[in-house]
Every structure is written in C-alpha cells, then in structure tokens.
Design a binder for this molecule. Structure first.
Ligand code: HOZ
Length: 440
C-alpha cells in the first residue's frame, strides 16, 4: 500500500513517528492525522506558506488538507500573520470581554441572516454539543436526529454512526458513550426525505433538534439535495423542533454566508469553526435571539470557557474574514477548484478509472466510484484500497491529500494555475502507478 521510495525519503518523519507513539496515544493529537487508513508514516510538517506545506525532511507538498479547512487564504497569509503578531504583543487572553470579539461577532451576524446572537467557543465540537444543549432547553425535549456519515464532533450523543475519523477507523460508535446518551440520538440516512418524514410522523413531538451538515464534508463531500434540506426545514418547523446546520466546514467556505446563504434555507441554529479562527482554535454557535438568550448569563443554560473569544483567535479570524469579504474571492475559489476537478476527472476518464469529484465551491473529494454519491452507503462503496495507493502516489509526487477516502479536500486562494496544473499532472502519474500496483 505504501511506497518504499516515499518512505525512504521520510527519514526524520519516521524517527519522530516512532517517538510520537511513545508519547501520544496512537502518535497523534487527533486520529485523522495518523495515516491509519492509508498506511505508512504521517509526515511531520514544520512549515507552511501559501498553498504549500513542508515536512521535517524538507519535502514540499501542494496542500489540499488546509489544516482540515481553516486555511482558506493559504498558509501564513500576511494579513493573518500580522494580526496574530500584533495581538500577541498585546497579550493573548484576558478573560474579559474584548472589542475584537464584537468585531468578529458583527461580521458573523452580518454574513448569516439566521444569526442574531453568537457565542464563541474553542472548537467545532464545543459548538455542536452546546447548540444541542440549547436546543433541548428551548424545546424541553430530549431526542436529536442526525444523519449517518455526518460528524458533528466528539460529544457523547453525536458519536453514533459518525463520519470523519470514526468512519475512517471503521468504529461503529465509541466505547465510553453511555447507552443513555446514544439512545437519545436517532440516526437516519443522509438525503432520505422519506425516512425523516416517517420519523417525524411517529415521534415529531419528542424531537428537540435535527442537526445536519448541509453539505456533508465528513464522509467526503456529499451535498444534500435542496428537497432534503427543505423537508428538514418544513418538518422541524411543523413539529416545533429546531433545525441546526453544522457549518463548521462550510461556513465562509462555500460562500461568505455559508451553505445556508448558497442554498437559501435558514436554520434555527448554526455551528461554525475552522475558518472563523483563521487557523487558531475557535468555534461558535448562533441563531435567533429568543433561543440564544437562554444561554447564561442571560438565561439558565450553562456553557462557559476560559479561552472562549480570546483576542488572539478573534484577531486571526477577523483578518481572515476581512480578506474573504473582498470582491471576487469566491469567484476565484470556484474557478480554481472547477479547473482542478475538471482536470482530475478528465485524466481518470482517459485512463478508464471509475472516479468522480464531488465538489461545492472549493471543498471537494475525489471518490474512486462513479458519481453521484448521495449518502454513507454510496461513499462506503468507493474503492478505498485504490485510494490508499493513489494517496501515496500523490505524496510521492509532492501533493498532500487527506489521508482518508472519507474526508473533504480544499482549494485555497493561494492555489494558482501552476499548482492546479502540477496537481493534475501528478494525479495522472499517481493513477497509473496505483493501477499498476493493483495489477490492472
Ligand atoms: N472535521 C475534521 C475532519 N473531518 C476534523 C479534523 C480532526 O478530526 O482532526
């Protein structure tokens, strides 16, 4: 599965990987980095600039992981670096309200018509778990509905048929999650309106919230159909349940105002993360004032955090959104990503390899399967062994893709025509090598 030449070049990464496994569980601070699904040695990155990351062996890669989403401007964008440096000199956290958190909140409220109030937290997981608590308090109901293959972070009630690392590692759920926590979560197939209709017909009055990625990114990119999202909006409204959009990946990624603006569907609550922190740890959730004002200290629903809204992350996020608000940014992301997707698909077709790129704006996944893929079962039917060989072929060529067939990849503003052409050429060679290794 791995490539010997590649492994030989990664001498320092291999040394560090041996040490890491003695210090960190599985050698990592988050499972999806560990190359478990593709084999071989994770690359230890020590520098990144623009569309490139460089590892400790000095090998440079065109990067499509983008820190799993935040690096939409490319790495170490001068405006973000300057903001962080300036703020670092003024102190990184005060545990007080700050003016900069208001500035970021104002930008978010202006970008998302469904958000009147926003609460900053430190990760997407905190955002989703807190939004669910709030939804339960608001509706005075317990049950939540999620969709197989969506992720929503690692809070107990959401680690049921989850995507991302849970899917990559083939875990049915997680030990340590109580039967009670799992029992309050109903899981349905993504993009299946009939299943949702049926559940609401029988149990609508018990449901506090439906949480969904409006464009799934955690099983690879799988867009929801408009009909599906409209059905969720209608059914939740009729039943007095809340609709929560997990826009941790899609927020400020597929459009400035996220998937909800692109699709014209307003949820009750929205969860954000990644891009709004400009590469520093951040999450946020927001929605209508009547719901959000239930949060302490305005209301009784408790949720807190020492570093929540810290000025360092707020400044980095604000600098990022200021760049994203400039004219032509999303058009450029669309153009570059479309060029990439067309190139990748054309080459696979020329080589007779079943392959499709699923993409919305600059988030994309290349699946080794004919498209379209609409749900977790479709995604699981893609050829993950081929992906692993191909992944290592791309690594050898100098292209860093997600080390899992079930994750989104990202084009940044820093990806020029040069990197796109380089990637398509690398792809052609990596496909050939993967086919040869498969004996095709
Ligand atoms: N949502 C990201 C992966 N789909 C998170 C990255 C991580 O889990 O480390």
């Amino acid at each position: 599965m791995t490539d010997d030449r590649n492994e030989a070049r990664a001498a320092r990464s291999r040394e560090l990987w041996t040490a890491a496994r003695q210090l960190l569980p599985g050698g990592v601070s988050s499972p999806v980095r560990a190359f478990k699904a593709v084999g071989g040695t994770p690359r230890f990155i020590d520098r990144a600039k623009g569309p490139y990351v460089t590892d400790v062996d000095g090998i440079r890669y065109v990067d499509y992981v983008a820190a799993w989403g935040p690096a939409i401007l490319g790495h170490a964008h001068p405006a973000v670096v300057e903001a962080i440096q300036e703020q670092a000199g003024l102190g990184t956290a005060y545990g007080t309200p700050t003016e900069v958190e208001l500035a970021l909140a104002e930008r978010i409220v202006a970008a998302f018509p469904s958000i009147e109030r926003v609460r900053f937290v430190n990760s997407g997981t905190e955002a989703t778990m807190s939004a669910l608590r709030l939804a339960r308090a608001f509706t005075r109901r317990d049950k939540i509905v999620k969709f197989a293959g969506c992720y929503h972070g690692h809070a107990d009630s959401l680690l049921v048929e989850a995507g991302s690392g849970v899917l990559t590692l083939g875990l049915p759920g997680s030990p340590g999650v109580t039967a009670g926590a799992a029992a309050d979560t109903w899981v349905l197939p993504y993009n299946d309106e009939a299943a949702v209709e049926e559940l609401f017909a029988r149990h609508g009055e018990e449901i506090a919230a439906v949480i969904v990625e409006p464009i799934a990114g955690n099983m690879g990119v799988v867009p929801a159909s408009r009909d599906f999202l409209q059905a969720l909006r209608r059914l939740t409204r009729e039943a007095g349940a809340l609709l929560i959009f997990d826009e941790v990946i899609t927020g400020f990624r597929v459009a400035y105002g996220g998937a909800q603006t692109l699709l014209g569907i307003e949820p009750d609550l929205t969860c954000l993360g990644k891009i709004i922190g400009g590469g520093l740890p951040v999450g946020a959730y927001g929605g209508r004032a009547e719901i959000m004002e239930l949060l302490a200290p305005a209301g009784p629903v408790y949720q807190a955090g020492t570093l929540s809204g810290n000025p360092l992350a707020m400044r980095a996020g604000l600098a990022t959104l200021e760049v994203l608000a400039q004219p032509g940014v999303y058009e450029r992301l669309e153009r570059q990503a479309a060029r990439l997707a067309e190139g990748l698909e054309a080459e696979a077709k020329a080589q007779g390899i079943p392959y499709c790129v699923q993409r919305v704006g600059s988030m994309w996944t290349g699946f080794f399967h004919p498209g379209p893929l609409r749900n977790l079962d479709d995604v699981k039917a893609s050829d993950i062994d081929f992906y692993a060989r191909y992944f290592h072929g791309m690594l050898r060529e100098g292209v860093y893709l997600p080390p899992s067939a079930f994750e989104a990849a990202f084009v940044s503003l820093a990806h020029t025509d040069h990197e796109i052409a380089f990637t398509v050429e690398a792809h052609a060679r990596a496909l050939r090598r993967a086919r040869q290794a498969a004996g095709a």
